[in-house]
Ligand binder design. Structure first.
Ligand code: AMP
Length: 354
């Protein structure tokens, strides 16, 4: 890949908070950002040079947008792959990563094939499949839509086989996978950057606490066993190598007595990597921009012995003045208007040196 020089324009598909933080990192390196998104505005609008409104499946509009930028990337994974594949402008990460991560069955099969370990799982395309899957996997289990799930949406839990009708209806009879319930100690994620030259850089694993299916708190270091960290990092390296990936990729794991169990991956920058803005030498956003522009990756070393990132969900963002009474708090607000319940409005990061 040829190097995209500072001064060039980066096209970002998606205009939410991840697009906002990518644009800010791009600006620090001397790039301009243009956003393509279906909404008329969004968090990335305040910090980017241009906003183009268009649907994700509008191949002509996307092509026209791509023609005005030097490289295209995305901050959102639920976008159709076909229009991206025909773009006549450099695109990173490659849409094959999107295609893999968009379908839970494809994703799990891929990870299994390269030696990773997901929870026991089975494809469920019909009510009869669900019975067969329950026979195979048992309960408790979780039924998840194959596509378009996020933050615990598109999921139903089954305590017993008798819950099958209700669970199948809760997913609106969409193609799904049934997963065995993993008795995990904790959840963690790995963020990895891969440059266009194949060089990789991994940040320290992140311990993640979810509330109501939404990430609430990320802490580094994660306090994991050394062998778990090694296994998770090795899988991360394999995933990006297999996909010939360029950019930042996030992988979520369950930590169990028998080592890391793969949950899911996101072919993009990720909420559990926000701590890297102040907590690492190079943030996930900067390394994503460096990677897609063909620049060398920056160091992922931690900037403090301990780092904590707390999400501000819904009304919690209203406490910004209390948060700022702590002079060591790094407050990030995303410029979203309405603080609806469950909406990610911002986050706050703290570095600890004691
Ligand atoms: P997901 O959207 O797949 O990340 O699921 C949302 C949350 O549900 C995860 O962060 C876990 O806390 C929980 N969860 C998902 N799958 C499983 C599983 N197979 N076993 C136990 N808990 C799960």
């Amino acid at each position: 890949m040829t190097m995209i020089q500072p001064g060039a324009t980066i096209g970002i598909i998606g205009g939410g908070q991840l697009g906002r933080m990518l644009s800010m990192a791009a600006a620090n390196l001397g790039y301009r950002s243009a956003i393509y998104a279906p909404e008329s505005s969004g968090p990335a609008a305040d910090v980017s040079a241009r906003w183009v409104q268009g649907n994700y499946d509008d191949a002509d509009a996307l092509q026209a947008f791509a023609q005005t930028v030097d490289v295209v990337t995305y901050e959102f994974e639920n976008i159709p792959v076909a229009p991206l594949e025909s773009l006549r402008v450099p695109l990173a990460p490659h849409p094959r990563a999107l295609a893999t991560a968009q379908d839970r069955a494809t994703e799990k099969a891929f990870v299994q094939a390269i030696g990773g370990r997901p929870a026991p799982w089975a494809v469920v395309s019909s009510r009869e499949d669900l019975d067969a899957a329950l026979n195979l996997i048992g309960t408790p289990a979780i039924l998840k839509t194959r596509r378009f799930g996020y933050d615990g949406k598109g999921q139903a839990r089954l305590k017993q086989a008798a819950d099958a009708d209700e669970a199948w209806a809760a997913l609106a009879w969409e193609p799904a996978v049934l997963e065995g319930f993993v008795a995990f100690e904790r959840e963690f994620s790995i963020l990895i950057a891969r440059g266009s030259d194949g060089a990789t850089a991994i940040w320290d694993p992140v311990l993640n606490v979810h509330e109501d299916g939404i990430l609430a708190l990320s802490t580094v270091p994660a306090g994991l066993a050394g062998a778990t960290v090694e296994a998770a990092k090795a899988l991360a390296e394999k995933i990006v190598t297999e996909l010939d990936y360029v950019g930042v990729l996030a992988i979520e794991f369950f930590d169990t007595d028998e080592g890391p169990v793969f949950n899911e991956m996101a072919p993009r920058v990720h909420n559990s990597g926000h701590w890297t803005i102040e907590g690492a030498v190079t943030s996930q956003f900067e390394n994503h921009i460096r990677a897609i522009c063909g620049l060398p990756l920056g160091s992922t070393a931690r900037a403090a012995p301990r780092v904590e990132m707390r999400n501000l969900i819904g009304a919690q963002a209203g406490d910004w003045d209390i948060i700022l009474s702590d002079p060591a708090a790094h407050l990030h607000l995303y410029g979203k208007g309405q603080a609806r319940p469950g909406r990610k409005m911002g986050h706050v990061t703290k570095l600890f040196f004691d």
